[in-house]
Write a protein that binds this ligand. Structure first.
Ligand SMILES: [Mg+2]
Length: 247
């Protein structure tokens, strides 16, 4: 099938929840195909991303064919390459992700399959979720056994606060709990290793966004120091295994 039209709008929000995304809130993307499917996607980037979709991506996508997940992957590469002069990250990628989702939605509708089945035929009936936030007791009431703490470094006093939070989560959720920290680029190698030592007895599943995504050198050093097992591609997502062992 061919792409007939692509358009994006920035909804007129009456209310947005407090978040780092508030200033670049979600946009909605609509893709129409030659076979009559309408795919919907959501992306970040606010009004700037709307401009990228309507002023650039739409123009170069109309007329392109896609009939498989791999075709969508090729279209992702095509848009990425086309937006390199102003893109590579940030708003351009947020816009691209919304288009990507809309293409998947359209393909799922054309194939009459949930998108999860398009990607992987052996999907699970259930999957474990984690709650993000500070309210351990509330998440336990809701049935969660995994929690990610937003945890920005405020100075030395943060160490004890972080340990107390993690210990509480471990004691409330039990031995199978997964406890994570999203530190939003407020740590560095030194703090990371220090916190890892302080939290060893709790066992942290991952530390997220330790450094800025551009801090590749320090991230590399940290990776060597910690024998980290995985580092994400777009953000400094770093998992330290409990005793710095490679698994
Ligand atoms: Mg995060």
């Amino acid at each position: 099938m061919k792409i007939k039209s692509v358009s994006a709008v920035y909804p007129n929000y009456r209310h947005t929840v407090p978040s780092w995304r508030t200033h670049l809130w979600q946009i909605v993307i609509r893709v129409e195909t030659s076979t009559g499917q309408i795919g919907w996607g959501y992306g970040g980037g606010g009004k700037a991303a709307v401009e990228i979709v309507n002023g650039h991506f739409a123009e170069i996508l109309v007329g392109k064919s896609f009939d498989s997940v791999s075709d969508i992957s090729d279209l992702w590469d095509f848009l990425y390459t086309a937006s390199i002069p102003y893109g590579r990250k940030g708003i351009a990628i947020m816009a691209l992700s919304g288009v990507d989702l809309a293409l998947f939605d359209a393909l799922g509708k054309a194939e009459m399959k949930p998108v999860a089945k398009l990607i992987n035929a052996s999907t699970k009936d259930r999957m474990r979720c984690y709650a993000t936030g500070p309210d351990t007791d509330y998440y336990a009431e809701l049935g969660f056994t995994a929690q990610k703490f937003p945890f920005q470094w405020q100075g030395d006093e943060s160490e004890a606060a972080g340990v107390a939070m993690a210990e509480k989560a471990r004691s409330v959720f039990g031995k199978d709990a997964e406890v994570m920290f999203d530190v939003y680029m407020t740590w560095n190698s030194e703090i990371t290793l220090r916190m890892h030592e302080a939290l060893k007895h709790v066992g942290i599943h991952w530390y997220e966004d330790i450094l800025t995504p551009d801090d590749l050198e320090e991230l590399g050093e940290l990776r060597i120091m910690s024998s980290a097992t995985r580092i994400g591609t777009s953000t400094t997502y770093l998992s330290l295994r409990r005793n710095f062992q490679i698994t």
